[in-house]
Design a protein around this ligand. Structure first.
Ligand SMILES: Cc1cc2nc3c(=O)[nH]c(=O)nc-3n(C[C@H](O)[C@H](O)[C@H](O)COP(=O)(O)O)c2cc1C
Length: 193
């Protein structure tokens, strides 16, 4: 372990401390998509927390219906969602790990009929043609990200990770990247105060 002498040392980030530097990356398991599976999802993450991981990142959770990966996929935009997610955060914190919720808006990759994008061009991996977002709709999507982050905080998450690569919404084309990337972070920072 001499080359990795800091891996199991605590990491003080100033506003919080993670007990070591191991991270379980975001992997959507499908359990996020149905409310009745949240106890199973909590048990799954609790095992990793018990095993000693420092930080867990959930699979992608959508900020609104347009961002679903699948029909009625995992979303954080109501108080009902907060109650489900509390089961997860409670189970993880009980074993000393921290947990972030990943906010993922599927953009044109969504496998569902409400998909949106920066243009009406279909993705090769979804049969659904997206609706082009207007400037006004981009702004309301930014609000949805902020609301989602705020609810994640209420659910007990230690923070959020914003998925912004691989062709999902924020990584799409210039108007969306320009309008969303900074604004999402700023709005989230504001609601988290
Ligand atoms: C089943 C599965 C689900 C995944 N879900 C997500 C996800 O929801 N969000 C995300 O950012 N990455 C997701 N990923 C990508 C992983 O986080 C990771 O980046 C990828 O597996 C490559 O990791 P590696 O370089 O260690 O092999 C998923 C990967 C797998 C295999």
């Amino acid at each position: 372990m001499t080359s990795y002498q800091h891996v199991l040392q605590p990491l003080d980030l100033g506003f919080t401390t993670i007990r070591n530097r191991t991270v379980m990356g975001s992997m959507h398991s499908g359990l996020e998509d149905r409310f009745y599976n949240y106890p199973k999802l909590a048990a799954y993450f609790a095992e990793r927390a018990k095993g000693g991981v420092g930080l867990i990142i959930t699979g992608g959770i959508s900020p609104n219906r347009q961002g679903w990966l699948l029909p009625a996929g995992g979303t954080m935009n109501t108080w009902g969602d907060v109650i489900n997610h509390r089961i997860v955060t409670h189970a993880v914190h009980k074993h000393g790990a921290k947990i972030l919720m990943q906010i993922l808006h599927s953009g044109r990759y969504g496998y569902q009929p409400f998909v949106v994008s920066s243009s009406p061009i279909k993705s090769p991996i979804s049969p659904f043609k997206p609706r082009k977002l207007s400037d006004k709709q981009i702004l309301s999507t930014i609000d949805d990200y902020a609301r989602c982050a705020n609810l994640a905080k209420k659910a007990g998450y230690d923070g959020v990770e914003i998925m912004g690569s691989e062709g999902y919404l924020i990584s799409l084309h210039e108007p969306i990247i320009e309008m969303m990337s900074g604004a999402v972070a700023m709005k989230i920072a504001c609601v988290s105060q």
